[in-house]
Design a protein around this ligand. Structure first.
Ligand SMILES: C[C@](O)(C(=O)O)[C@H](CC(=O)O)C(=O)O
Length: 310
């Protein structure tokens, strides 16, 4: 188990926000790599593997928490609760969390930012889709006008100032599909002027477009959404860094392999009556993955004895 998941002193949520700011703005141009996690289990595994930033996918949250597709089912409460649990498993590791449209008008966006801040989230992204949003890599998307988008971002920025937070505000536009590159740039520039720290062009379609968006938005950092087999060609973090990106998220890095692994075993189980799980897959091994040792240490330190042998 990675030492960082076994109980080192958790700094305040502010320090995760500051750490992320340092990683983005003051790390010699090295790209921040964040694997997508969709629940506590996948987050624990990503922490144990040693990532220094995580991404909470909204699509994965909809799928795992609600059993629904990424079509705007998740409310602020669904998302905030999920983000709080993930962000606090290892508070020193910053969590970038999806915040969809901000869940309403300026007051709701402000509430979202304050709630994410209090929950220990280090960064959130807010987009310009209509409330009944969908995954950015599906067809038929609709976006609000640029003024409404800017009001969302301004409300986010002002809320951050009001609560004294360092949370990183990422402005995402989904306008590329319908309105093209120039309109997307106009929106992201307006969002940056309205207080966004980072911008995100959803569904970009070529590496050239990637290079161009980083150039035209410079010095504002740009995030790359690396949805494999979606609209965007697959890139490694190194390639993305060379194009000028400062953050790369891989939303499906955990949920896609989980889908195939679970389906394979359940199919075998249905056919044979046996799961075929490997012998080292004991209950204890699984609980170790979600902090068994740490819980034993906490219990023992408090004078408990019930967990000394499990
Ligand atoms: C990044 C994203 O918002 C997410 O929820 O992870 C999704 C991913 C997806 O559904 O393909 C998005 O790109 O809209």
């Amino acid at each position: 188990m990675n030492a960082r998941t076994s109980g080192d002193a958790p700094p305040s949520s502010d320090s995760a926000q500051k750490r992320l700011r340092n990683l983005i703005f003051d790390n010699g141009g090295k790209i921040v790599v964040a694997p997508g996690v969709y629940d506590g289990f996948s987050a624990r595994i990503a922490l144990d593997v040693g990532f220094d930033c995580l991404y909470m996918t909204g699509a994965g949250t909809c799928a795992s928490k609600l059993g629904q597709a990424d079509l705007g089912f998740a409310t602020l409460n669904d998302m905030r609760e999920h983000a709080e649990m993930i962000a606090n498993l290892q508070p020193s590791v910053p969590l970038i969390a999806d915040a969809d449209t901000g869940y309403g008008g300026p007051n709701m966006v402000a509430r979202t930012v304050a709630a994410y801040h209090r929950s220990g989230v280090a960064a959130l992204h807010i987009e310009d889709q209509i409330q009944t949003k969908r995954c950015g890599h599906l067809g038929g998307k609709e976006v609000v006008d640029v003024e409404t988008f800017c009001a969302r971002i301004r409300a986010a920025h002002q809320a951050r100032e009001r609560v004294g937070s360092d949370i990183v505000i990422v402005a995402r536009t989904d306008a590329l599909q319908t309105f093209g590159f120039d309109e997307s740039v106009r929106r992201l520039k307006a969002a940056a002027s309205s207080g966004a720290d980072v911008v995100f062009l959803e569904g970009l379609m070529s590496k050239e477009e990637g290079r161009k968006i980083c150039e035209v938005m410079c010095p504002t950092p740009v995030l790359l959404n690396m949805v494999e087999h979606g609209a965007t060609p697959t890139m490694t973090p190194q390639e993305a860094q060379e194009l000028g990106f400062r953050i790369i998220i891989f939303p499906f890095a955990s949920i896609a392999p989980a889908y195939f692994a679970i389906r394979k075993v359940l199919t075998e189980f249905k056919e044979t009556g046996l799961t075929g799980l490997q012998p080292d897959c004991t209950p204890k091994m699984l609980f170790e993955a979600v902090g068994l040792t740490q819980s034993q240490e906490i219990d023992a330190a408090a004078g408990g004895s019930l967990l000394s042998s499990v």
